[in-house]
Ligand binder design. Structure first.
Ligand code: HEM
Length: 564
């Protein structure tokens, strides 16, 4: 009997050794460094609860590595802290690193999976032969504009791609040129609001402005005040979305089976929150779309993405599906464009409060190039290098998304001799990249000069492009967002002096320069004073609002035949 045991044990040992020897080489590589893991829970108790990018950056320095590994009760997390590592993985190996995590609370319970940003990559695995062949075939079919069942299947097979393509058509670098008059008009209206209501919170003004731009571009809807129901709806929905995105905020994200727990069950409060989130997400998708549709049918609608998209859907064979694509994409614009734009502009105000000299230099440049008889326009941009440097620095100093939406790695990979396990959540830490003292000396100070050499933009200093993410999931709204932020910053600099507020006793109110915790960097409420630089500037602003209104009314053909 004991000999049998001996043979059995020897056999088992042989099998284990063989398995070890024949397993793929990669899986024997070490994991990237990181804080020590406890049995079962791993790094659960090490995980930062707030401003996680700061802790990740500290760890990256402590372990002297731009790639970290964490294990949160069995969930593997990879943190990337350099542009080199992120470019290598998210750009060069985009086929592996473009997926999003499952987000059970956000996608499955709150039903936000119609938003492009949260869609699974869902593309055929590189090993599959049929799918790329099918896709090529579909693309040829579409190019030939003949109808076929494959053509009809194409968007359904590749929903993320279909949404992304529609987005690209509306917001590629050439298409956004058409949107400039609309953006300029809203920007001039913002200047007028700043002039007439200087006591109102500046971030509130930016919020209204961002809502006006995106609702007009996406739906042709005119938002009039900060109390507009659409603005309120967007605020509530984005709040819900942001709270569901915070890592560890809902247990159901770690244990997806919990999604089946009924709402009445003790401790299942998340189900009630999910129901509310789902209601808001649905309203956000439906309400403005239906209003836009009615306006279009009645022939009173201005040109908009929805108008052109619906016209194209009418002509398509798969009308209902195309219409849904347009509806989802318009709602995505609305959610993705507002807080991000407001964050960039609010940070710009804080930045010039922290460095009044920078404001003076930018104003001197604008006065010299644009003069004081008109307000700046998009064509002035190449002639204003200091202003360009100021904008870059503002988007670096406190970047909009210190940690962009994470990626999901579904197969095992290898990098720098480390094993990156299948099923890992991949987090690019853009905060760390933009505050790397080797690239940006004295990274916490606001210094536009770091981007300049002999009065021109220095091509050797990387701009804060990582603000917009990486590879195939990179922000498709960036060609629209950057000029919108630029014209707003430049117009404010041209027309106003921004300074720290002074209280009734004559004391300067110092801003805290602190931010709320969350995926979009939003400053804590702060006060400031915004005053017209001259009487002439006030007159220019008021005159420009009427002029712009006439111009955009002419530019809007309203018949939906113009491109997206
Ligand atoms: C200053 C303004 C903005 C910033 C800093 C910003 C930043 C970002 C970032 C960091 C991502 C994630 C990229 C990644 O995962 O690698 C993203 C995604 C996205 N952004 Fe923006 N964004 C801005 C404005 C806009 C605007 C104006 C729009 C639309 C009009 C927009 C639409 C989107 C969409 C649809 C996605 C999801 C892309 C996907 O998952 O495929 N963004 N943005």
């Amino acid at each position: 009997m004991s000999t049998l045991y001996l043979y059995g044990a020897a056999g088992a040992a042989f099998v284990i050794v063989c398995c070890y020897l024949v397993q793929p080489r990669k899986s024997r590589l070490p994991l990237p460094p990181g804080p020590k893991k406890l049995p079962l829970v791993g790094n659960l108790f090490d995980m930062p609860r707030t401003f996680e990018w700061l802790t990740y950056m500290e760890w990256s320095k402590k372990y002297n590595s731009d790639i970290l590994h964490l294990d949160v009760a069995g969930t593997s997390i990879i943190v990337l802290s350099s542009t080199e590592a992120t470019n290598e993985l998210c750009e060069k190996r985009a086929a592996l690193y473009s997926d999003r995590p499952r987000f059970p609370m956000l996608n499955e319970l709150m039903g936000m999976d119609y938003l492009l940003a949260f869609m699974k990559y869902g593309e055929p695995q590189p090993t599959s032969l049929e799918f790329p062949a099918l896709e090529r075939c579909c693309t040829q079919e579409i190019a030939g504009s003949s109808s076929s069942s494959i053509q009809r299947m194409w968007p359904a097979l590749f929903p993320r791609r279909a949404h992304r393509r529609l987005f690209h058509e509306a917001f590629n670098a050439a298409a956004v040129q058409r949107l400039r008059p609309r953006v300029r008009e809203v920007c001039r209206k913002l200047l007028c609001d700043l002039l007439q209501k200087p006591d109102q919170n500046v971030v509130g003004h930016f919020r209204l402005m961002a809502a006006k731009v995106v609702m007009s571009v996406a739906y042709g809807i005119d938002v009039r005040s900060a109390n507009d129901p659409y603005v309120k709806l967007a605020e509530k929905t984005v709040d819900k979305m942001v709270s569901a995105m915070a890592p560890g905020s809902f247990l159901v994200d770690s244990i997806p089976l919990l999604k089946y727990v009924p709402g009445w069950f003790p401790g299942a409060g998340f189900q009630r929150q999910a129901r509310e989130g789902r209601r808001l997400a649905h309203e956000m998708m439906e309400k403005p779309f239906l209003v836009a549709k009615q306006q279009i049918v009645s022939g009173k609608a201005p040109h908009s993405f929805t108008m052109v998209g619906l016209r194209m859907a009418q002509e398509s064979e798969n009308k209902a599906y195309q219409e849904q694509l347009v509806q989802n994409t318009a709602a995505t614009m609305w959610t993705a464009a507002t807080d991000t734009t407001v964050s960039a502009l609010a940070t710009f105000i804080l930045a010039i409060l922290s460095n009044p000299e920078a404001q003076k230099k930018a104003q001197a440049e604008i006065d010299a190039v644009v003069g004081t008889d008109r307000l700046p326009d998009f064509d002035d941009e190449p002639h204003l290098p200091y202003v360009a440097a100021l904008m870059k620095e503002s988007m670096r100093w406190r970047n909009v998304a210190p940690i962009p939406i994470p990626r999901y790695l579904s197969v095992e990979d290898e990098y720098k001799g480390y094993r990156l396990p299948a099923g890992s959540i991949v987090i690019p830490n853009t905060w760390a990249m933009l505050h790397d003292e080797n690239v940006y000396p004295d990274p916490y100070s606001f210094k536009p000069e770091r981007y300049l050499l002999d009065g021109k933009l220095n091509p050797d200093i990387p701009g804060p492009d990582v603000n917009f993410g990486f590879g195939r999931r990179m922000c498709p709204g960036r060609h629209f967002a950057l000029p919108s932020v630029w014209i707003t910053m430049t117009s404010i600099l041209a027309a106003f002096d921004v300074s720290k507020a002074v209280d009734d006793a004559g004391n300067v109110v110092e801003p805290s320069y602190e931010y709320c915790d969350g995926p979009i960097a939003m400053p804590l409420p702060f006060e400031c004073s915004i005053k017209p630089r001259t009487q002439k500037a006030s007159v220019l602003i008021e005159a420009s609002v009427n002029k712009e209104r006439r111009y955009t009314a002419r530019a809007d053909s309203g018949d939906g035949t113009a491109p997206l």
